[in-house]
Design a protein around this ligand. Structure first.
Ligand code: AMP
Ligand code: FES
Ligand code: ZN
Length: 304
């Protein structure tokens, strides 16, 4: 297998592009896909202050390294979820990365801030744990970004993540969930703008990027995520991709091109009606009196 661009031995074959790349040409390809997403979706520019939530996993580590290589100076934030060894190892790899590249990393401890952990929510309540964890993550990214005046929250969701979320949402025609797979969401009031620059890249590509660049990374799966719908959806999409290379990419990008603009117009009118208010407890944006995070904390505390 030879690199399509320079003829050196290739380290990866990308079926949807009918291309193989050597290490150097793959790095160039990887960065180009990120630049393409940033510009196509007007995600951010060099004047913006970027908050980069990092888990220590392959996607956020790859994005961290890629943004630095492109000349950005993202401020990394790790949220400690309290999932014993899994969380400890995540934090260790984030710290190793920050030290190696001499870049800033801040850590928010869920337990210190709210006296809860993700395993405690799982133990005490019947709330679906990945959903609860997502609520806590989105809440803390936004709260931290607001407090520290960051312009954009940039996360490491890749194209496979977004395609599986879209597939899941389409199965029940859940339009708000379908719209939330768009790789950029403009800021509104105290909701900070969000961007997902890995939209054009796959899990396999972020994995090859971290391994070939020998980045500190944590490759363990979350022990609480077993049985999560996202795993099944990804397997189903991968089997379609097997038969039709490029299926996942087209599924996602054709949605952005054809359906998203029409659906988003209707949703905008609804949003005017469902304007955000401030959570009466924490002051963060909320659709109801109490935001979903404060409700989560309250439900967990009540069950103790
Ligand atoms: P996940 O929520 O695990 O699908 O991860 C999606 C993205 O969210 C990652 O690429 C990171 O950017 C961010 N992220 C996930 N977990 C954490 C965490 N514990 N702390 C900070 N950022 C995280
Ligand atoms: Fe959130 Fe596993 S990382 S439930
Ligand atoms: Zn609140």
């Amino acid at each position: 297998m030879k690199c399509r661009k320079c003829g050196s031995p290739a380290i990866i074959h990308i079926r949807r592009h009918k291309s193989s790349f050597c290490k150097q040409c793959f790095n160039e390809y990887f960065l180009k896909q990120i630049e393409k997403a940033i510009s196509k979706f007007s995600m951010f520019d060099y004047a913006d202050s970027l908050l980069l939530p990092v888990s220590g996993g392959k996607d956020s580590v790859a994005l961290w390294h890629a943004l630095i290589s492109l000349g950005y100076t993202p401020h990394a934030l790790h949220l400690q979820l309290g999932i014993s060894k899994y969380s400890e190892n995540s934090l260790r790899e984030c710290r190793r990365f920050a030290e190696k590249f001499d870049v800033p990393l801040d850590v928010v401890f869920l337990e210190k801030e709210s006296s809860i952990t993700i395993p405690l929510i799982k133990e005490k309540t019947s709330i679906r744990i990945c959903g609860a964890c997502g609520t806590a993550k989105r809440y803390w990214y936004n709260r931290y970004a607001l407090k520290n005046k960051h312009d954009v929250i940039v996360t490491g969701h890749n194209g496979d993540d977004l395609a599986s979320q879209l597939f899941h949402a389409v199965k029940s025609w859940n339009i708000p969930s379908m719209l939330s797979t768009y790789p950029v969401r403009e800021g509104r009031g105290s909701l900070v703008k969000r961007a997902k620059p890995l939209v054009y890249l796959t899990e396999k590509e972020t994995m090859v990027y971290v391994l070939s660049n020998q980045l500190p990374v944590h490759l363990e799966e979350c022990p609480l995520a077993q049985g999560a719908w996202s795993i099944t959806e990804k397997e189903m999409l991968n089997s379609m991709e097997e038969r039709q290379p490029g299926f996942k990419y087209r599924f996602l990008t054709e949605f952005y091109k054809h359906a998203f603009p029409k659906l988003t117009n209707n949703a905008k009118q609804e949003n005017v009606r469902n304007a955000f208010q401030e959570c009466i407890q924490c002051g963060m944006p909320s659709a109801k009196e109490l935001c979903s995070y404060c409700r989560l904390v309250e439900t967990t505390n009540r069950a103790r």
